[in-house]
Design a protein around this ligand. Sequence first.
Ligand code: BYC
Length: 497
Amino acid sequence: MSAEDIVSDAAGAISADRFVEISYDDVIPNNVGLGSDKQLQRALEGWRPKYLDWWTGMGPVGFQQSEVYLRTAVGVDPAGWAKFGYVKMPTYRWGILLAPKVEGRTIPFGRHKGEPAWQEVPGEHRALLRRLIVVQGDTEPASVEQQRHLGATAPSLYDMRNLFQVNVEEGRHLWAMVYLLVKYFGKDGREEAQALLERQSGQINNPRILGAFNESTSDWLSFFMFTFFTDRDGKMQLAALAESGFDPLSRTCRFMLTEEAHHMFVGETGVQRTIEATCAAMVKAGIKDPHDVEAVRKLGVVDLPLLQRKLNFHASVTRDLFGSEISSNAAEVFGAGIKGRFNEANLKSDDHVLQEATYPVTRVVDGKLVAEEAPALRALNSRLLDDFIVDCQGGIDRWNKAVEKAGVDFKFVQPHKGFNRRIGEFGGKHISLSGDLLTEEEWSAKSGAWLPNDGDMAFIRSLMKPCHEPGQYASWIAPPRIGVNNQAGDFEYVKIA
Ligand code: BYC
């Protein structure tokens, strides 16, 4: 590949010498020296056709022969790592890319803290590590399956291209986990890699492992909320795994995080553009009250209270992905040096072993919500969830700024941590948006106003009409401020075949 083939991404032009470590001559592009490990290469080349069968069978419906303006990773330098160009999705170069090795890296936490990071799987932690890699790997194809029908109702070619970008990168993230399984876990790893292609999102007999990945993503608002909230769980979990004492996992996750940032951008700006279209239509029609739902919907835009209900749903379903607030599993993987906290290596205020430390966890005790100091080791899921909620708030604040700027009187808020939860401390309890413990009757009477109802979903479906002309956008969503890779407003992001 010549330097001329490389075009700048948002971060600016990249130079040829930064991507030399990636071999694009191999069937599977990689920077892990695949060519010199024939056994591994054969195993992965054997998995590849099965992956491609899965992609064509369970990946995006239609558009597989369309030319899509996609970015492909060509290096692992954060300052510039991708090139853009038209690609038919089945020919996308799914590669195995690890962030550069940090010489002398030590395990940053747990009982092995300070020991050299492991380059091979430590026997005593093999089962734990494999389980986490499988859970992580399972979410990647799951999300592609969940989103497979969305192309047909894309509100623009720009959005369609973003959907497919997210999809191919989730496919690459599956490759990332499969590489670890096949290289480091022998026969069991190969079997797990096969099983990752066999479970299916929403299937009764063989579903995906984690709850949220069996929900359907049947409309674009769900897609944007999913990429805002659920991909952000991906960010938090990958960041925690990037701290791992198992260095290949750490390096893999570090590079995946680079791609994940774009997925959250798609979600945040997708919701923001929806809000902008709504507010602009309201202002134009002289509608002052955002709760005048009938009048707002007549304009062909999504009323803000409905967006709040979607937010409530996706936030709560995603929070379940953090597992139980108090978890001995979480304590074990931390103690073992396998999964750290968010930003672990930079946390200055403790010893990173946490034997004596405590952390405040909201619990339900005698019919009341109380903050209890729990052993920090067992409260790690709770802490990561708290970090996630803080991380979400940044985007929600930006949504509120857009509403404010339009002069509309409405504010998006996150529901209470215990709202609509199935897993953990609040699982099976009835907790209101503001954090009151309710009886079952109270919940049944009130929850309809807090979560999307059948009428809401029917309205959203009615808006999901394709808009596939270059430069055109569906009524309910505003155009983006800048094009992908600075392309002009009427750029043909997907040449539909
Ligand atoms: N649904 O002690 P517990 C992403 C299971 S998203 C079903 O409460 P633990 C992406 C749990 O597995 C990030 N089951 O929690 C985003 C365990 O079962 P086993 C994905 C659940 O183990 C968008 C049992 O309940 N990565 O990348 O501390 C698009 C008791 O577990 C659920 C990861 O999650 C649930 N919601 O934590 C594409 C990182 N929650 O093992 C991609 C790897 C819990 O006893 N995974 N259970 O049979 C982990 O770190 C942990 O497995 C979890 C659970 C945080 C998920």
